[in-house]
Structures are given as structure tokens and as C-alpha cells.
Ligand binder design. Sequence first.
Ligand code: PEP
Ligand code: MN
Length: 249
Amino acid sequence: MKKDRNGAQSPFVMAGPCAVESEEQLFQTAQVVKEAGGQYLRGGAFKPRTSPHSFQGLREKGLEMLGQAHRFFGLQVVTEVMDPRDVELVARYAQVLQIGSRNMQNFSLLKEVGRSGYPVLLKRGLAATAQEWLDAAEYIRVEGNERIMLCERGIRTFSDFTRNTLDLSVVPYLKQRCPYPVVVDPSHATGDRTLVIPMARAAVAAGCDGLMLEIHPDPAHALCDGDQSLNLEEFRDFMIEMGEDEERR
Ligand code: PEP
Ligand code: MN
């Protein structure tokens, strides 16, 4: 990565489907992430769905597919762990443990991923203040694990035209107050694929260290979060755009 005059560089990219659905879906996606220059493959095997009737994920089978994709493409896998009892299992297949928004204050889970020593992607709670989020990170750190990334994924506000409201000023705010890389997820923040790329650009301008993007080979038929998923072509184009921006700097 090249540095510009101010020391800024293109953010790292975590991309993949909301949920691992099949080997074909995951590998097709992973190949594009790799070719486009992404560093991390995301994909949920344990899905925290609002309704118990929605697809809950492929669980261990999904983890195995992520493990295969890691070995085949050399991408780092980031996937969610929802239960302290599953931390060891998920860590067998993933390089980064994701704590989802709904679990940001699940203190036994935070302690367990802290003790694991694995890198943790801590997503901001649906209605968490910045301080509550930093306190949650502190639960991981006091277990001796400082390999923490914070992920802004939108918060609940009165604004109702997006799924959540992307709180971009938290990016420079956190950069001033903690040593952790800050990742922005414009997919869950907006819930609308037409808004994802503009907000990803804005996140880069705000100084984020990483981006998390949901992408899918066939968003219209995705089992989870299709409305906010970029197709593989849109993702590829965005990665080319980011590469060109870096070259111009
Ligand atoms: C996800 O990344 O798939 C997810 C469920 O995100 P969040 O916890 O931010 O809703
Ligand atoms: Mn999702």
C-alpha cells in the first residue's frame, strides 16, 4: 500500500456474503474478493437473525467452507461467534472473530474472545454510545487481548429512510481516543445497495482503516441481506476505483 502526503492509505477490505449459503456461492465470491485485492473474506455461519424463522446459518458446515476458502485463496476469514461455548470451534476456522451488534454487551462472550487471544472485530451495538462501545472493547483488552478492531455499522435513530444511521464522525473521534483500527460497514448501516458505495467513499474520506462490504453473486436470491448486497461486478468496479484513487495520490 502506498502512503499519500498525509500518511493516509487505502483501507483494507473485508467482503463477502452476509451468510455462507453453499460452497459454490462462497468460492465464487471469495475468488472475486481475492482478485480485486481484498484482504479478508467475511461470511456468517452463525446468523443472529431478528426472527427465529429466518435462515440461521449453516453453522459448522459453513465454518468448514470458510476454512476451505481460507486455504484455497489465502484470504483471512472473519466470521461471527454468537455464543461463548462456540469460541473454540469458530477459532479453529477463522482468523478474526466477529462480535455482532446484538452481542456488543454480552460480557461473557467478550471475556471468552478476550481469552482466546484471536483478533476480534467488535461491531457497535444497535444503540450503543461511543463510550459503551469502548467499554465493551475494554472487556476484551483486560483479558490480555489487544488485537481489537472496532466496526461502525450504523445506529438506531429517528431517521427511517435507511436501515440504520451511519455515524461517520465516530471514525475520527475513535482515532483520537483509542489505538484500535476502525472499520466501517456501510452495508448494514444503509440496508440499501444503492447507498453502499457513496457511504463507503465517505468512510474512506473520514479516515477509516478498513471497510466491510456485503457482496453476493446473486443478491436477488440471497438468503440474508440481499437488498444491501453489492453484486460481484459492482464490488469489482468499486475496488478498481479505490485503486485508482490511491495511484493518483
Ligand atoms: C453481519 O455482519 O452479518 C451482521 C449480522 O452485522 P451486525 O451485527 O452489524 O448487524
Ligand atoms: Mn448481513
